[in-house]
Design a protein around this ligand. Structure first.
Ligand code: HEC
Length: 222
């Protein structure tokens, strides 16, 4: 049977340090309660990185916190907005009819793109996830001004000025309004937690119509 060598006692280690010869040329000239310390300077490379990081922080702070420097989040939002514009350009001019809105609300790519536009224009009052703040919750099934799906583009275009919903007909293109309508229709039923309670006048409306069937595949060549 083997036995473990005895662990060195802490006192032994301290005693060994006491015995080590002291290099007086390195000892600093102050002493606190009998404790003296060696001058152990940090390595030059470390001190240089530390100093340069402080120097670098000054223009960084001025550009990103006081100047025009965009944050990562702002860059991301600008990219999302550019992506939405790119998508919109590929769709051509859209009409605010039922089939078009139903088609795009079921188009995942379009909905990802429109999330950025919704966030930019509508989140101020409806919040980015649509659960409502100043404006009503758009993620439940109760609506005040909307009875059928094609009412959505009308409301976005004309607003409900007296109640605080701005008109967007002059600020957004017809196609943007159709796509935002699809986005609003697609938010329905998401019931985002913490959503605003329905307005007293809001009523649960009939479900949206079924989406149009996908375009029939072209007949295979005979
Ligand atoms: C300045 C705040 C504000 C902004 C910005 C805003 N809304 Fe509204 N929105 C409201 C208010 C307030 C109402 C409720 C109107 C009412 O009580 O009749 C509303 C109502 C609506 C409704 C009707 C909901 C219902 O229950 O009938 C829709 C749809 C809607 N907004 C979509 C949008 C979209 C899309 C955008 C962005 C393009 C947007 N809103 C931007 C404040 C806003």
């Amino acid at each position: 049977m083997t036995t473990m060598p005895p662990m060195p006692e802490a006192d032994d280690a301290a005693a060994a340090m006491d015995d080590a010869p002291i290099d007086e040329s390195l000892v600093l000239d102050h002493e606190y309660d009998g404790i003296r310390e060696y001058d152990n300077p940090l390595p030059g490379w470390w001190v240089w990185i530390f100093a340069l990081s402080i120097v670098y922080a000054v223009p960084y702070f001025m550009w990103y916190h006081m100047g025009d420097g965009a944050s990562i989040e702002q860059n991301y939002e600008a990219e999302l907005a550019a992506y939405a514009e790119h998508l919109i350009a590929t769709y051509g001019e859209l009409e605010p009819d039922e089939a078009t809105i139903l088609h795009y609300m079921n188009d995942e790519t379009a909905m990802v793109g429109m999330a950025g536009l919704f966030k930019g224009k509508c989140a101020q009052c409806h919040l980015a996830d649509g659960r409502g703040n100043v404006g009503p919750n758009l993620t439940d099934h109760a609506y005040k001004n909307v009875k059928v799906i094609t009412d959505i583009p009308d409301i976005i275009t004309n607003g409900v000025i007296a109640k605080g919903m701005p008109e967007w007909g002059s600020a957004l293109s017809k196609t943007q309004i159709v796509l935002l309508s699809a986005y609003v229709a697609h938010l329905r039923g998401m019931n985002v937690p913490g959503g605003k309670a329905p307005e007293p006048e809001a009523r649960v409306i009939d479900p949206w119509p079924a989406p149009p069937p996908p375009e029939p595949a072209p007949d295979p060549a005979p």
